[in-house]
Each structure stands twice: as C-alpha cells, then as structure tokens.
Design a protein around this ligand. Structure first.
Ligand SMILES: [Ca+2]
Ligand SMILES: [Ca+2]
Ligand SMILES: [Ca+2]
Ligand SMILES: [Ca+2]
Length: 271
C-alpha cells in the first residue's frame, strides 16, 4: 500500500457487544477486550501542564504561570488487542503498548532513549594507534615494521621512505596531504569522540479509566537529559521536564476511522 492510501475499519463487533450488554440491563460496555477487539474514543484534552523543570533555570516564567484557558483540544484514541493479547493504544502521534490496570483501567507506556557522543579533539596520529604522535615513541604509519622517525646508532633513519598514499612523496617531509582513501581529508588526523555521552530519555505514559461509554485519563511525557562520563562540560545541566495533560471523552460506537498510512515521521511528540 502507498502512503496516501487509507485504512477503514468499524467497531461493529464492539457496538453489538455493547448493545447486548445494554439489553441485559447492565450499565455500559465491558472494558474486557479479547484478541482482535478494538475501541475508538473521541477525547477532549485540557491544556498541557509543564512543570518547572521544562523552563530555563527551573522556574515557570511569570508570563506563563497565570495563563489559563477553558478551550479543549480534540483527539482520537484507538485501542486494540492483537493476537498475542498485547493491548495497544494509537494516539494519532504514537502507538504505546499497555496492560490492564484494575477492573476498568488501562495503562500504556513507551520509552525512547537517544545517546549522543559529540565530536571531541582532532589529533595527529599518522599510524592510527590511538596515541597522539607528539607522545608516540614508535610511529609506523606504513606498517613496514620500520620506525618512521627514529634513527640507528649512526644517525640514519630506520625507515628511509614512508608513503602511505602512494603518491611518491614522503609523508614525513614532502607530502602536504596524505589521503590514501581519497576522501579529501588528511588521513594523519583522527577525530576522537568526546570523553562523555549525552543521554536523552523520553518516557510516555497514558492512563485510561473506562466507565461505561465514557473515559477519563491522563497523558504524561517526561524528558530527562543526563551526561555520562568523567569529563562532562561544566556548562551541562541535567534536567527533567514533565508535561501532563488530562482528558475526558466518549466511546465511539460503530465508528468509522480513517487512518493515514505512511512511514513513521521523525521523533515522536507527546501523546
Ligand atoms: Ca600514533
Ligand atoms: Ca615505517
Ligand atoms: Ca605520500
Ligand atoms: Ca583521507
């Protein structure tokens, strides 16, 4: 299927089940879902609440702290159970795996971990042994077993010719650029990774409580930034930002849902 095609499905099974339950005098639908079942909810979100950790210096600015709105934003959740009994929630921007929580609730969670190793120093290391040549007592860039810089007892070079890139120019004193792999970069210089890692962990969580045909719940996304290693930059500050949002909604019976099919787009946003 192409990215522009749409998939349509109906919650007829659920609607029939709800109708049967209603005829029997019970209130609303069961929250019990079997393999292959799905339910569609239309929900109204409150405005997002970001905690102080989401702001510079860990303080909610005066210009934001007292803002209020009574407007809601709308969303559609699709909950379904696959063959293995796994319960999924499609929020429209991501799909989370969940589990039943008590008699009437479900809890869905997901985590994205992003580790970055920033570029570090560039060193001159002609023989790529990891030792900067200024500190390297035995350099043998052309790997002929003869030291490129030391001399014998009579003062003659141990290696009379070093030409890693085969351009006829001695790499030590005649060659402006040694580029055996032809990428335009001098092979004698090596980029070292920074001696630390930056880790960003995004946790997403959605809780849904079902009560008959109505649902209540909360979405929560937390982003934690940490630095690992002995040489983290002094300016780096670990941070934790949590954004929370409550919602309420209804079960859409006999819903017809159009879902755009396409490749996942970039990094997920909050549910
Ligand atoms: Ca070296
Ligand atoms: Ca050599
Ligand atoms: Ca050369
Ligand atoms: Ca090169």
């Amino acid at each position: 299927m192409t990215g522009n095609q749409t998939m349509t499905y109906r919650t007829i099974k659920n609607a029939l089940f709800c109708a049967t339950v209603a005829l029997l005098g019970a209130t609303g639908c069961s929250t019990e879902l079997d393999d292959g079942d799905y339910q569609v909810f239309r929900v109204a979100f409150e405005s997002e609440k970001a905690d102080a950790g989401c702001y510079v210096d860990g303080e909610i600015p005066e210009s934001i702290r007292e803002d209020t709105t009574t407007l809601k934003s709308g969303g559609t959740f699709i909950m379904y159970v696959t063959e293995q009994g796994d319960v999924f929630l499609d929020t429209g921007s991501m799909v989370l795996l969940g589990e039943k929580e008590g008699d009437t609730g479900y809890q869905f969670e997901g985590e994205v971990v992003d580790v970055e190793v920033p570029p570090g120093r560039t060193i001159l290391d002609a023989d790529h042994d990891g030792i900067e040549d200024a500190d390297d007592l035995a350099i043998d860039a052309d790997m002929d077993g003869l030291d490129d810089y030391n001399t014998d007892l009579e003062g003659f070079p141990l290696d009379d010719f070093v030409d890693v890139d085969g351009d006829g120019l001695d790499d030590r004193n005649q060659d402006d650029i040694v580029d055996a792999n032809m990428d335009g970069e001098d092979d004698r210089y090596v980029d070292l990774p920074a001696p630390y890692k930056l880790r960003t962990v995004r946790d997403y969580r959605v809780e849904i409580t079902m009560n008959g045909d109505v649902v209540l719940g909360e979405t929560r996304s937390t982003i934690r930034n940490t630095c690992e290693g002995a040489e983290c930059p002094e300016a780096f500050q670990a941070s934790t930002c949590t954004v929370q949002n409550e919602f309420q909604g209804v079960l859409i019976e006999d819903a017809q849902v159009d879902v755009a099919l396409g490749a996942p787009t970039g990094e997920p946003s909050a549910p």
